[in-house]
Design a protein around this ligand. Structure first.
Ligand code: VLZ
Length: 134
């Protein structure tokens, strides 16, 4: 049985977000504002079905998927690219591979000490975020 990531989570730390956004070609002005944000994650997990909302004053981002089922992801409002994304469980970590123009793109979520962790990768950059239950 897998961990339950469901809940509303508030960001408590965000490392290396700016270089990650740079690799995604997010423009300077957006990066300056975005790196000051403390987005909330709202996760609904029902069996293998997930809804993940990333909520902030600047932008909201929604992704819905079923574990193990590839889907076309449109990163609208972020870097506005299309990816073929697949999410799977890697032991207790929920891992997404985002195939597309950018190499080594994806993210991993896991629970640690009651906190929600997230690593976001693009090319050679890794952004590390931690969230605490609201
Ligand atoms: O999360 O991919 O939880 O999609 C930045 C939001 C979110 C702030 C970064 C606005 C991507 C930035 C979050 C404007 C450019 C992400 C996945 C894992 C689910």
């Amino acid at each position: 049985t897998h961990p339950d990531l469901s809940g509303t989570w508030n960001m408590v730390s965000n490392e290396n977000f700016e270089p990650y956004m740079q690799r995604l070609d997010v423009d300077f002005a957006t990066r300056k504002v975005a790196k000051l944000l403390k987005p909330q994650k709202v996760i609904e997990q029902k069996g293998d079905s997930f809804t993940i909302r990333t909520l902030s004053s600047l932008r909201n981002y929604l992704v819905e998927f079923t574990v193990g089922k590839e889907f076309e992801e449109d990163t609208k409002g972020l870097d506005n690219r299309k990816c073929m994304s697949t999410v799977s469980w890697d032991n207790d970590r929920l891992t997404c591979v985002q195939k597309g123009e950018k190499k080594n793109r994806g993210w991993t979520h896991w629970l640690e000490g009651g906190e929600l962790h997230l690593e976001l990768c693009c090319e050679d950059q890794v952004c590390k975020q931690v969230f605490r239950k609201a």
